[in-house]
Design a protein around this ligand. Structure first.
Ligand SMILES: [Zn+2]
Length: 153
C-alpha cells in the first residue's frame, strides 16, 4: 500500500497540468455542448447556439432561410445526378458541381450551381462523397472557391 501511495504521489504532479490546465477546462466545456449537427438544407455544420438548448434533438436547419427552403425536388434530383455521374466514372475521378447543375438545369444551369454545391455537402454528410480542392479532401462547411466531388475512397 505504501508503494502504491508513493507512486501516486510521484506521478500526481505530472497530471495536474492535464487536469487543471486550460486544455482540461476546454474539454469540460465541450462535454456540455451536444453532438455536432449538419444543416439538412445547406449541408453546413451547425454552430451550437444556446437558444437550441431545449429542442436540440428537433433542430434540423441552421437558419430561417434554410428552414424555409428545406430540400426541394430539384435538390433531390441534383443529389441523384451527382451520384449517377460519379458511378459512371472511375472511382478515383471527380466531377464539378456544374456537371450536375448542367445535367439537371440545362440552359439554366447557372442558377443551380449553389444548389448543386448544397447537394454535394449533404452527400458528404450522408457519407456518400468527398469534396476536394487541389486533390485534397476539404471541410465542406468552410471550403471556398471551386470544389470537386468524388466517391468515398
Ligand atoms: Zn443551412
Amino acid at each position: 500500500m505504501a508503494v502504491v501511495v508513493a507512486v501516486v504521489v510521484v506521478l500526481g504532479p505530472l497530471y495536474v497540468p492535464g487536469q487543471n490546465g486550460p486544455m482540461a477546462h476546454r474539454k469540460r466545456e465541450a462535454a456540455h455542448i451536444p453532438q455536432e449537427k449538419t444543416c439538412a438544407s445547406c449541408g453546413r455544420r451547425m454552430e451550437w447556439r444556446a437558444k437550441w438548448a431545449d429542442n436540440w434533438a428537433e433542430v434540423r436547419y441552421c437558419s430561417a432561410d434554410c428552414r424555409r427552403r428545406g430540400v426541394n425536388p430539384v435538390d433531390r434530383e441534383l443529389e441523384a445526378r451527382i451520384l449517377a455521374l460519379l458511378s459512371a466514372r472511375a472511382v478515383t475521378s471527380t466531377i464539378c458541381p456544374s456537371d450536375a447543375a448542367r445535367a439537371v438545369g440545362g440552359e439554366d444551369w447557372r442558377a443551380l450551381m449553389e444548389p448543386a454545391r448544397r447537394a454535394a455537402r449533404r452527400l458528404v454528410d450522408s457519407g456518400e462523397v468527398q469534396i476536394t480542392q487541389g486533390g485534397s479532401v476539404v471541410d465542406p462547411s468552410t471550403a471556398k472557391g471551386p470544389i470537386r466531388i468524388r466517391k468515398i475512397q
